[in-house]
Design a protein around this ligand. Structure first.
Ligand code: NAP
Ligand code: 12T
Length: 340
């Protein structure tokens, strides 16, 4: 018999992704039975509102997942590494937002608009991975194009907001702006350099190949989600002084001849995509307008005539919503609809 309500735990509930989980469960009226808000000992004892009740935050420990049906995790990769498998063993299905399990062949990596069927693989480990924020918005926009024209190569440069790096990172941008306006030397703690009025071409740490981990997440995760290793992808990921919503300049080369007008029509009908592309009126998506919205927004769709079948586009989405919490809740919705 199907349950009417599901007990849900949020691991990392006091973080920027955790708070978005809470909002989205409320907004979408997810059938929550009991809710458990989990964080570190630092914030245990505080309260966060869920559906009008001040819910107690408790510390995440081995006992946290007894009787919990679904765990929405964003407590950082090392905490997920330790606690997600324990929660899964206790019978809780974990939807993990960290990078910890994404490339595990026994863990599905899911974007519901793109590869919903992969969800079924959760049975192997009771864990489903939520992709990286920059990967999610790119694959939502590119999947319909890949299906129709077959994408051979992707060149992407990102313009990523500070919220991707958590609550302290958002605070750092605010404080640095304040200090600079007060002729004070800004403090640098979270990012490798000053982020206020700057752009930093480093997100996450560097690997031996000269790329950052964030860049290689985009490469490897896109192939796994598309179920297609033949797509060539190269990425440059850049932090910019924007609070919420990531932007991406994307160049693609397809096997079949591609027509920008047809792509606009195709994307206008695609699930989860909104086209804003009226260059004559200065209409294109920008983070300041898109933050707080659910869809992936695409504009500046135009031919790249330096190669036989080339196209350029600009993709913007709220990294805390579709890039993190919303995608995970959509996975949970598919899970309760079709599996549990
Ligand atoms: P954040 O704002 O810094 O919040 C971190 C959260 O984790 C807080 O609730 C914190 O609790 C909790 N936490 C930290 N250490 C813990 C511990 N030892 N035990 C239990 N809870 C602990 O960070 P965030 O932006 O929400 O991101 C958190 C994670 O989500 C990161 O791993 C990040 O990679 C991932 N993320 C994924 C995406 C995506 O692309 N899908 C996007 C953004 C973030 P306290 O309040 O007690 O410190
Ligand atoms: N370093 O989930 O800093 O892999 O913006 C997401 C966001 C890692 C991740 C960031 C990051 C992830 C960031």
């Amino acid at each position: 018999m199907k349950k009417k309500k599901y007990n849900v735990a949020i691991a990392g509930a006091t973080g920027v992704v955790g708070r978005e989980f809470i909002k989205i469960l409320e907004e979408r009226n997810f059938p929550v039975g009991e809710i458990k808000l989990l964080a570190s000992e630092r914030s245990a004892g505080s309260r966060i509102d869920f559906k009008g009740n001040g819910e107690l935050v408790t510390d995440l420990n081995d006992e946290s997942f007894k009787g919990v049906d679904i765990g929405l995790f964003s407590p950082g990769a090392s905490v997920s590494a330790k606690h997600a498998p324990r929660a899964a063993k206790a019978g809780c299905i974990v939807i993990d937002n960290t990078s910890q399990f994404r490339m595990d062949p026994d863990v599905p990596l899911v974007v519901p608009e793109v590869n919903p069927k992969d969800i079924g693989l959760y049975k192997k480990k009771n864990i489903i991975a939520n992709p990286n924020c920059s990967t999610i918005q790119m694959v939502v926009a590119l999947k319909p194009i890949h299906d129709k024209y077959r994408i051979k190569r992707i060149v992407v440069s990102t313009y990523q907001s500070v919220s991707g790096a958590g609550k302290e990172a958002m605070e750092e941008l605010s404080l640095q702006v304040r200090d600079l306006f007060n002729m004070k030397e800004p403090e640098v703690n979270v990012f490798p350099h000053r982020i206020a009025f700057n752009c930093i071409p480093q997100i996450d740490s560097f690997l031996d190949n000269g790329y950052t981990k964030e860049e290689m997440k985009m490469v490897n995760e896109t192939k796994k989600i598309f179920g297609d290793d033949s797509v060539k992808i190269t990425a440059t990921t850049v932090r910019v002084p924007v609070f919420v919503a990531h932007s991406e300049a994307v160049n693609i080369e397809t096997e079949k001849p591609i027509d920008p007008e047809d792509v606009k029509k195709l994307l206008s009908k695609a699930p989860g995509v909104v086209v804003i592309d009226e260059p004559g009126e200065g209409a294109y998506p920008m983070p300041a307008d898109i933050a707080g919205q659910d869809e992936v927004f695409v504009g500046r769709i135009r031919r790249d005539d330096t190669v036989p079948n080339g196209l350029n586009m600009w993709i913007v989405s709220d990294n805390l919503r579709k890039g993190a919490a919303l995608n995970a809740v959509q996975i949970a919705e598919a899970l309760i609809k079709d599996y549990i």
